[in-house]
Design a protein around this ligand. Sequence first.
Ligand SMILES: Cc1ncc(COP(=O)(O)O)c(C=O)c1O
Length: 383
Amino acid sequence: MSKSKQKARKHTFRPAHKSVEDLMPYQTGKPIEELAREKGLDRIVKLASNENPLGSSPAAKDAVARMLDDLGRYPDGGGFYLKEAISESLDVAEEMIVLGNGSNEILELLAQLLLADNDETVYAWPAFIVYRLATMAHGAVGIEVPLDGDLKHDLPAMAGSITERTKLVFISNPNNPTGTFVKTGELVNFLDGLPPSVLPVLDEAYFEYARDNADFPDGVSLLKEGRNLVVMRTFSKAYGLAGLRVGYALMPQQLVQLVNRVRQPFNVNSVAQAAAAAAVSDVDFLEKTLELNRTEMERLEARIRSLGFNTVPSAANFILIDLAGLPGGEIFEGLQDKGVIVRAMDAYGLPEYIRVTVGLPEENDFFLKALAEIKKEKRGNPK
Ligand SMILES: Cc1ncc(COP(=O)(O)O)c(C=O)c1O
């Protein structure tokens, strides 16, 4: 084939959905080791992805070790033992459970199943960016409803954005990146007002951290009341298994059967299934995780405020910091130069904020020291 013909062929890729052309791929950071090498640093503290600073449950690690002799086999496509463990711990029928390669995959599966070109989804903004990605990947239009003045979901405005084209509504509770949450009464009111053609998806990725707050809704109880609802949870956060990619959703059985038609048969790998099943019953590890988060969240918030910044009250394992006018992108870069990785918020439309995950005490101290130094460099006004 002539060179000019080869060249002409190069430009013929066209996504099936036009919206994919406007989609910005999810931004992931560099590997920690690479960053350390590039910056010439010997310590890097990563507080960027809301992971569990304690790592994973010892029971989960033992389960992983036991799986190593079985790696030659495909996983159980039905997720028998993991569904059994989830079903027992939440008292829900196994037939109502879908397992996912992270709860992220379940968002994708729902979008794949329910969205066609020009359909609409409704979600708050800023919220978890994958609602936008999954919507656009399937040709649909995301109606992004700004959070209210307290950076909480504006449920009345979201209800007002529903049209006959709306197929899915995503509610991140608590919300990422703000840590704010909608209360039981508000949520029930909102759900009760939705037309039956709209499927609400309650994303409870941070449920375990938030569940003890007064008025925090339990999606599983709402589902058990017979509501048309999807409740998503994950093993990536409080259960400390982010690297294995495993999450789940609970939903009406009829919907499970439809999702199973578009789900890859072996979407959750065998090691992840075994680890997650063991993690469900490791109550000690979960309690330790929650206790660490409680005490360190309180300490971090107080220290951040004493530096002259504001914090958004968080029910999760991260804090959104209002930098009081300092540019978030520059603070993010400055922290990275000192070996601390947090999350810049420009892509979320919050250029004067950063989000930091609650880490181990020494990691949080390292972050606080770096933040104080940067503030001094920027403002010349240490506290
Ligand atoms: C609100 C929210 N939902 C879902 C997820 C996806 O989690 P995973 O795919 O690891 O289960 C995250 C991860 O950060 C999140 O913050």
